[in-house]
Design a protein around this ligand. Structure first.
Ligand code: SF4
Length: 90
């Protein structure tokens, strides 16, 4: 069963580094958006802001992002609807 809600519309991906084990499985599943920092933790690459742990998922990558979040063994990838108040967390 999918862990992520089947929401429509733009989504934001947030990485919870406190839950992450830093092994980088998600960076292999979603290399279009995620890379690893020097310590192995995933970092999102947003052309608008550079490195971040909270970014809007481009529509063509929504399925890949859902798969990465569903397969994260530590439940450290969160997908949420993109709305002005949701993306405010740093
Ligand atoms: S798959 Fe999950 S636990 Fe593994 S590196 Fe990515 S966010 Fe961290």
């Amino acid at each position: 069963m999918a862990r992520t809600a089947q929401q429509t519309g733009p989504l934001r991906l947030w990485i919870d580094w406190t839950a992450c084990d830093g092994r980088g499985w998600c960076t292999e599943l979603l290399p279009e958006l995620l890379d690893r920092d020097p310590d192995g933790y995933p970092i999102a690459l947003d052309p608008a802001v550079g490195q971040t742990r909270d970014l809007t998922v481009p529509a063509p990558l929504t399925g890949h992002a859902r798969r990465a979040a569903d397969l994260c063994p530590r439940l450290a990838l969160h997908l949420r609807p993109a709305s002005p108040d949701v993306g405010a967390r740093a």
